[in-house]
Design a protein around this ligand. Structure first.
Ligand SMILES: Cc1cc2nc3c(=O)[nH]c(=O)nc-3n(C[C@H](O)[C@H](O)[C@H](O)COP(=O)(O)OP(=O)(O)OC[C@H]3O[C@@H](n4cnc5c(N)ncnc54)[C@H](O)[C@@H]3O)c2cc1C
Length: 484
């Protein structure tokens, strides 16, 4: 068994924040990440493209899994995007050093105060997040709104259409902050480097390097402390207590998923950051198999799909539906009389959508009604989501209300069945204390999207808030570790 002072499972928003703050405090830390590293190089060919997808496009899958490009045969490889099929919902997650930040649309979006109060517990102080933790994440990643010269470019017709139609209907819409290097986008627009984000190449990773993904921000700084070692292609399979701390079993795999070795780490300080679904599954299985029997009943509950909707509209002025990534504009119908909703225009690359179509992602409020259940016969954990629950269906009704008031175009589809924004499963303040210390297990912490307790990030994309909750947790937990 290998010993380490602290161990972090997963390297997305929660794991990257944990790694940096442990490393800065001089705590010897290992990060186990199941996916690969994805270094962006001058060759601009790190990631798969929609034009010619290959194994890099999906996590150990014989077919592609991305929306608008599902089911194409590819080689089985440790690619960047996973589709977890639940009962009633599919969840998309990013895989690799940097987690969801490799595949994300780079939106770092702060919830509005009144909606935050509906989605999060009253003891979680909005002012504290606003003053300290949201800014800390924004600063560490580096954010900015889409500059005027970029928005004015031919590639961004869709973003302008959204802003204009919302303005005409009197519905608030604005630019929001993205974790991007806009000079790289300008180089793509000028043609001095190959088009990537501007051609909507986002969900398989972006070859231009415009994304300020976590491997290039938080994790690079963590490794630079000299106290943090990130081990890619290490898949954690089991977690158990052994009286002196925690034993974490893992498979070391090759790029095609073949198991090369099976080994164990021992640590006194275990940080779970395998994402909402990954962390929830590890803990539910540990409780049900008796490895961590004192875990609360609330572990595996209060999961939510972030109120997400995938929407396709048609009949609009020219939108350039396959270009203009990432989404720079958001329509905020947060005082919608049916249900509050925010919507961002999403380019859908290579989808063959005609001019005047627009892909959108909608985000509403909760509810936290998803659960994870263990099946002893298959030794597996699955997610169940009540897709027909009125608190779920009302979100799409809210979107329809927005479109009626917009009065433009036609709604081709509203799909609530897929989310890239999983929230919850190990609810903050219920399964853990108010910071992420797991009840009943000193030295065991959850620091990722599993903590989000109300089913959504309150009509926003959740990464900024997940990072902020992790920052807040680490500021409380790290002194305990350092002071022994
Ligand atoms: C296509 C797409 C676009 C998105 N766009 C946005 C956006 O623009 N803005 C936004 O706010 N959010 C966006 N999201 C969501 C965002 O990516 C997540 O909210 C965020 O990354 C969650 O952070 P996390 O730390 O909870 O988990 P993740 O970032 O998912 O990280 C979990 C990590 O743990 C690893 N892991 C899982 N299981 C194991 C295991 N057993 N052993 C070892 N490692 C493991 C995973 O490989 C992964 O790297 C998007 C998501 C997708 C899929």
């Amino acid at each position: 068994m290998i010993e380490t002072e602290a161990l972090v499972v997963g390297s997305g928003f929660g794991g990257a924040v944990a790694a940096l703050r442990l490393g800065e405090a001089g705590v010897q830390t290992v990060v186990l990440e199941r996916g690969r590293r994805w270094p962006v190089t001058d060759a601009h060919d790190t990631f798969a493209t929609y034009g010619a997808p290959d194994g890099r496009a999906a996590w150990l899958s014989p077919v592609t899994v991305a929306p608008a490009q599902e089911g194409l045969p590819i080689d089985v490889y440790a690619g960047v995007l996973e589709r977890v099929k639940g009962n009633g919902v599919d969840v998309l997650t990013g895989v690799g050093v940097g987690g969801g930040s490799l595949v994300y649309n780079t939106v770092l979006y702060q919830p509005r105060r009144d909606l935050f109060a509906r989605a999060f517990p009253a003891w979680l102080d909005y002012d504290e997040l606003d003053d300290v933790w949201w800014p800390k994440v924004r600063e560490a990643v580096g954010v900015a709104e889409m500059p005027a010269d970029v928005l004015a470019h031919e590639h961004y017709r869709g973003q302008r259409v959204l802003l204009e139609e919302a303005g005409a209907a009197g519905i608030p819409a604005r630019l929001f902050e993205l974790g991007l290097d806009w000079d790289v986008i300008r180089a793509e627009l000028a043609g001095t480097i190959p088009p990537s984000l501007i051609a909507g190449e986002i969900w398989y990773g972006s070859n231009s390097g415009a994304k300020r993904s976590l491997d290039r921000t938080y994790l690079a700084r963590a490794e630079a402390t000299g106290h943090v070692e990130v081990l890619p292609l290490h898949v954690v399979t089991d977690v158990r207590e052994n009286g002196t701390g925690y034993v974490v079993a893992f498979n070391e795999i090759d790029d095609n998923g073949r198991v090369l070795a099976r080994r164990e780490f021992h640590t006194r300080h275990l940080f779970l950051a395998a994402g909402s679904v990954g962390t929830s599954k590890l803990l539910v299985r540990a409780r049900e198999t008796g490895a961590l029997p004192k875990l609360a009943e609330s572990v595996g509950t209060r999961w939510g799909a972030n109120g997400d909707l995938v929407i396709i509209r048609s009949g609009l002025p020219p939108t350039g539906p396959s270009e203009g990534g990432p989404a720079g504009a958001v329509l905020e119908d947060l005082d919608n009389p049916v249900a509050p909703i925010a919507m961002a225009a999403m380019p859908v690359p290579q989808a063959g959508m005609p001019e005047g179509f627009m892909g959108l992602i909608g985000m509403g409020l909760g509810p936290p009604k998803g659960t994870f259940g263990y099946d002893g016969r298959t030794d597996s954990v699955s997610l169940t989501w009540p897709s027909g629950d009125p608190e779920v269906t009302v979100i799409a009704d809210g979107a329809r209300s927005t479109f009626e008031r917009l009065g433009t175009g036609k709604v081709e589809a509203i799909d609530p069945g897929t989310t890239g924004h999983p929230c919850g499963g190990v609810p903050l303040g219920m399964a853990t204390d108010e910071y992420g210390r797991v009840n009943g297990y000193p030295g065991l912490y959850v620091v990722d999207g599993a903590l989000v307790p109300g089913g959504s990030a309150a009509c926003t994309n959740p990464a900024l808030t997940i990072g902020a909750l992790a920052e807040r947790a680490m500021a409380s937990i790290v002194p305990d570790i350092v002071e022994g």
